[in-house]
Design a protein around this ligand. Sequence first.
Ligand code: NAD
Length: 250
Amino acid sequence: MSRPENVLITGAGAGICAEVARRLAAQGHRLILADRDAAALHSVAREVGAAALTTEPWVVDVQDVGAVEKHFAALGPALLPTALLNGVGGDARRRPVTDLRESDLLDSFLHNVVTAFTLMRLVVPEMTARGHGRIVNLASIAGRSYSVFSNAAYVTAKAALLGLTKQYAWELAPLGVTVNAVAHGPIATDRVTAAWHAKSEEERDGLTAQIPVGRLGTVPEAAHLVLPFLTGPSGFATGAVLDVSAGMAI
Ligand SMILES: NC(=O)c1ccc[n+]([C@@H]2O[C@H](COP(=O)([O-])OP(=O)(O)OC[C@H]3O[C@@H](n4cnc5c(N)ncnc54)[C@H](O)[C@@H]3O)[C@@H](O)[C@H]2O)c1
């Protein structure tokens, strides 16, 4: 096994991040799992098993900066994360720009960008002190270009997350900390599947026609390509944006 990492994962209760957690645990890495949905989080914690957990799962809304700081402070120096996966985010509502208001941009920014910033702000000092850290931000195909599935607030927020990723990567590269982003296309998590089935067949066909691979991605396909940035000899990749988007971002 590669060097064991102590990976803090936000949004670990569902979707891509829950699957990354299962895979990291199977590879012998240790986990700090965080999610605001207590039932979902504890279910993933049970799946990975107590031996994989650095600490009790954090039932926390990561938009609550004070609450996140409290959990973080309780870790103590020996348990601080060596890797971070920022997974909180998303917005599967298709809305025209004419319907959007300032509050939509602010909400999306808090959900997709500020949450990632808070966790990076907290983990980076210890990572730079150790000269080792791995950070991955889940961006989106939406932040690479435009979105046929969502809206301008989400596109704007994910584009900002890519900017944040690149500046952190550049500043931290000499200090042993890598910061990368994965930009998924549509992945059939429970959240996205529910939004998908709420659409008419005609709308689904129209959207599928815009995906070169011709289907939604699976959660295992989405999780598989996140792991290399978090573990193993990945120190030469930083500031990268990995497209896992079925050819939508060529
Ligand atoms: N699923 C996709 O198609 C897709 C595509 C591109 C990018 N992404 C990005 O990947 C990431 C994960 O998406 P997913 O679909 O796997 O997630 P998901 O919606 O399946 O799960 C998200 C988890 O985050 C938790 N969560 C949400 N807000 C939270 C908060 N404020 N504090 C703590 N926990 C919170 C939820 O309880 C849930 O367990 C998101 O950032 C999303 O934007 C997803």
